[in-house]
Design a protein around this ligand. Structure first.
Ligand code: AHR
Length: 514
């Protein structure tokens, strides 16, 4: 069978025989990529992941212990390690989240059978035997090939504790802490690139006012230092929740000098915090509201950046969106407080739209971390004991690998809109960038769940890559059908000398332009 025939067959299977035939006329969309408008590089770190001691995110999801029947390397499950390496995870943030501000790093070092057992008060009140601690995390990042982003406890411990944790991880001296690390099995210091000075200080990190949080940040950050001559830490201040612009204003006004980055947390719910909505089995209204809410990231990033510009016109302080993603009602029957949710084609669209937004704000957004890596919220990977599946969100991160470190171009998509109830969205979103190896890549997202799109472009040549779609809005992978949603080959074609794409409804496409 020829390659194109195989690709068409794969696409037909992905869309699904049961799908209502594409009876609708395709939306007409015109995409313009300005190849003269190169922006600042898309930092690889915007493809970061967040991994908290929450539910089955770390325990089972990453760490099963050396004696587990689940195939593992020194206690880390091999299937998860392999999957994370394939998407070139650039950075992992740990141990929280809310958990960070109740975590004593000393609980997680030394012989595992001697580590204390603590109650995880934020997440389900379950016990944590601390078998996954500093050594396990840092070792894990090295196995994945990612940078480490450690979030320190500013809510319930002192600055000396924070400073000593950093010394333990980074000192090559003969200090007592460095020697203790050596006795615990690690001779050379680890490479610690990012350090979070507290988390969500406006909420679970201590319920502070912004003025108090800014003062405390200055105080703690003063003591968080790497050894003389070692690379400096990127110190991250705990930033705003969603649209709390006053928070950003005060933190930048009072503490910008003591930070290298300020965080922003934004979660996407189809409904409200109280009534979020299910991860699957939703209606078109929830599809549309979810994508609409996800697109709000553009406004949030722009407005927080504008405030930062006032105090930092040179853009020395980066904006780190170090918690983002969808948050639904947790799956029926799952442990309360574990935030376990399915992941569907809708999540793939949220991921692609959000990454495209970050591509458009590379002047300020230098790191992001999707919440969370395994088994929690908008996960890349779900596990069920020894079984593992890759979610549609994972596939988007996989398809987007060429954008890591690429140079973005200004790109616009104009034409028909997608309307559902009172919500109006563009039917297509676009991102284009030149990869590190000089190749041009294009991403298109068809937001309309029912209508295909005929996309004309100003680009020439040929285009081939992959597309992710499925027979329904909530198409997802299950442990019985782990490969129901997966990317299939896809190509553009030439019309009047220009590249055009016939996008199926509800799809994410990434192609290389030859
Ligand atoms: O990701 C789940 C939680 O959401 C994190 O622990 C916290 O920082 C945020 O509120």
């Amino acid at each position: 069978m020829k390659r194109l025939d195989r690709a068409l067959l794969g696409l037909a299977a992905a869309i699904g025989a049961a799908a209502p035939a594409a009876a609708q006329q395709p939306a007409q969309v015109s995409v313009q990529v300005d190849l003269q408008s190169a922006g600042l590089v898309i930092e690889r770190a915007i493809y970061g992941q967040f991994a908290e001691h929450l539910g089955r995110g770390i325990y089972e999801g990453v760490w099963v212990g050396e004696h587990s029947p689940i195939p593992n390397t020194r206690g880390y499950r091999d299937d998860v390690l392999g999957a994370l390496r394939r998407i070139h995870v650039p950075v992992i943030r740990w141990p929280g989240g809310c958990f960070a501000d109740e975590y004593d790093w000393r609980d997680g070092i030394g012989p595992r059978d001697k580590r204390p057992v603590r109650v995880n008060t934020h997440w389900g009140g379950v016990t944590d035997d601390n078998s996954f601690g500093t050594h396990e995390f840092m070792d894990f990042t090295e196995l994945v090939g990612a940078d480490a982003y450690v979030a320190g406890n500013m809510g319930s411990m002192g600055p000396r504790d924070m400073a000593q944790w950093v010394e333990y991880m980074t000192s090559d001296s003969a200090s007592t802490l460095a020697q203790e690390r050596r006795r615990n099995g690690r001779d050379k210091p680890w490479k610690l690139k990012y350090f979070g000075v507290g988390n969500e200080t406006w909420g679970c990190g201590g319920n502070m006012t912004p003025e108090y949080a800014a003062d405390l940040h200055r105080r703690y950050a003063t003591f968080v230092v790497t050894p003389w001559g070692a690379p400096r830490l990127t110190k991250v201040a705990s930033g705003a929740n969603v649209d709390d612009y006053h928070w950003t204003e005060v933190l930048m006004r009072d503490a910008a000098r003591e930070m290298n980055a300020l965080s922003l947390h934004y979660y996407t719910f189809p409904g409200s915090w109280e009534h979020k909505g299910p991860a699957t089995g939703f209606g078109e209204d929830e599809w549309a509201s979810t994508l609409d809410h996800a697109r709000r990231m553009e406004e949030l990033v722009s407005r927080h950046s504008a405030i930062m510009d006032k105090y930092d016109p040179e853009k020395r302080v980066a904006l780190f969106v170090d918690e983002w993603g969808t948050w639904y009602d947790q799956e029926v029957g799952s442990h309360p407080g574990f935030l376990y949710q399915q992941n569907s084609l809708r999540d793939a669209e949220v991921a692609a739209l959000t990454l495209n937004i970050f591509h458009r704000h590379t002047d300020r957004v230098k790191l992001a971390a999707i919440a969370q890596m395994v088994n929690v919220l908008q996960a890349m990977i779900l596990t069920d004991g020894p079984r593992m599946l890759l979610t549609p969100t994972y596939h988007v991160f996989d398809m987007y690998v060429p954008f890591q470190g690429a140079t973005p171009y200004k790109a616009t998509a104009e034409g028909a809109s997608y309307k559902e109830g009172s919500i109006t969205l563009p039917s297509v979103d676009v991102s284009a960038a030149r990869a590190v190896d000089g190749k041009l890549w294009l991403s298109l997202v068809n937001l309309d769940p029912k209508r295909p799109a005929h996309v004309t472009t100003n680009l020439t040549g040929t285009a081939s890559g992959r597309i992710l779609t499925g027979p329904t809005m909530d198409a997802h992978n299950s442990f019985d059908q782990p490969n129901a949603v997966h990317p299939v080959p896809f190509a553009g074609r030439s019309e009047h000398g220009k590249l055009v794409f016939d996008l199926p409804a509800r799809s994410v496409m990434v192609v290389r332009i030859h």
